[in-house]
Design a protein around this ligand. Structure first.
Ligand code: F0G
Length: 358
């Protein structure tokens, strides 16, 4: 068997690349689509999870970043810039350094997970913590890219969304059909837009016969699309999607309308419940923002919006190891502390409730 070649080489015929494009890849894409029996049992639907935490830097951003950095290089860029809640900066840093160019990243001070901050620093980015929120960072990045010779690699760069649409191609290939529903977290709404585009292209090519209904979820304290207006001071424990003025808002509304889709808001407590269910019952560890797909499915299922037997795919966007602290908090909010034991097998057996065998 040959090695997976990354999304540009795997899908070269469906992306805007040519012989002249220098392909910058870390082998992104080809992520698992995992049947989730526990979620199927809870909802009566057939549920699969697309685990995007399995990408090289631990999030779906790598699919778009391989395209954005390759195209930036093709255009002669020596430096790229982005605003980020953490994952985009980790990905931009890794791909830029792999390509031998500089990444400047602007992050909201004190508001991104430690794993993501560590990645950007490890991959040699020029990391600046802005005294503002993500929306301020994005405004700054756009302004800097307009005035100075740095190439913007946020999802307002169309190459990003093009690269990210490949995840929908993989879902269709893995299942042999398109699902009825696709659940996804929403921050800037770029990924929501990208999956819709991927599925739309599959339908138009005649590969599939349904267009999945795109169901996107924002955190309740950070839900501008649901509210219909920007949120000035967005708040949620799901730091990846703490965004008050989504860059791909208009595109996402068009994708919703085309797919008979939906946007919903989920409270932080329900996000953390879903995080526990996914970790403890399915065996998939994600960061809080990713768990909102699961929370959204449970909420919509309880509302009677998901028919029995419906084919449902959830994208979980980022790996749990980026922001692991949430696993150490119990459902009642108390800290989980591992039990300390002596070097004594019988004492350990007793704690595990084991009786001697035979
Ligand atoms: N999930 C995770 C883990 C993310 O990092 C993001 C966005 C999203 C979901 C939402 O995707 O913006 O396309 O709707 N993170 C960006 C970042 C903002 O800077 O890493 P979206």
């Amino acid at each position: 068997a040959s090695q997976w070649r990354g999304v540009i080489r795997e899908y070269a015929d469906r992306l805007d690349v040519s012989e002249a494009t220098p392909v910058v890849t870390l082998g992104e894409g080809g992520t698992p689509l995992i049947p989730a029996r526990a979620l199927s049992e809870r909802t009566g639907a057939d549920v699969w999870v697309k685990f995007e935490g399995m990408n090289p830097t631990g999030s779906f951003k790598d699919r778009g970043m391989t395209m954005a950095i390759s195209k930036a290089l093709e255009h002669g860029a020596k430096a790229v810039i982005c605003a980020s809640t953490g994952n985009t900066s980790a990905s931009a840093a890794a791909y830029a350094t792999h390509a031998g160019i500089t990444a400047a990243v602007l992050v909201p001070e004190g508001k991104i997970a430690m794993g993501k901050l560590s990645q950007a620093i490890a991959h040699n980015a020029e990391l600046l913590q802005v005294q503002g929120n993500f929306d301020d960072c994005l405004d700054l990045a756009r302004e800097l890219a307009a005035k100075y010779p740095v190439h913007l690699v946020n999802s307002v760069n169309p190459d990003r969304i093009e690269g990210q649409k490949t995840a929908a191609f993989e879902v269709v290939e893995a299942l042999g059909f398109a699902p009825d529903f696709h659940f996804i977290p929403v921050g800037n709404a770029g990924n929501y837009t990208a999956y819709h585009r991927g599925y739309r292209e599959e339908l138009d090519r005649g590969e599939t016969s349904v267009l999945p209904r795109m169901f996107g979820f924002q955190a309740a304290g950070s839900a501008p699309i649901v509210l219909g207006e920007p949120v000035k001071n967005p708040e949620t424990i799901a730091s990846a999607i703490r965004i008050g003025n989504p860059a791909s808002w208009e595109l996402a509304l068009a994708a919703r309308d085309d797919s008979d889709g939906y946007f919903g808001a989920i409270e932080d407590a329900a996000i953390l419940d879903a995080h526990r269910i996914l970790s403890a019952e399915v065996g998939i560890f994600v960061e809080p923002a990713s768990a909102i797909s699961v929370a959204g499915l449970l909420e919509r299922s309880a509302a009677g919006a998901i028919p029995k037997g419906a084919k449902v795919v959830l994208t979980v966007t980022g790996h749990g190891l980026k922001d692991p602290q949430w696993a150490l908090r119990a459902a009642d909010g108390s800290d989980v502390t591992p039990t300390s034991v002596p070097v004594d097998p019988d004492a350990i057996a007793g704690l595990l409730g084991l009786a001697p065998s035979g």
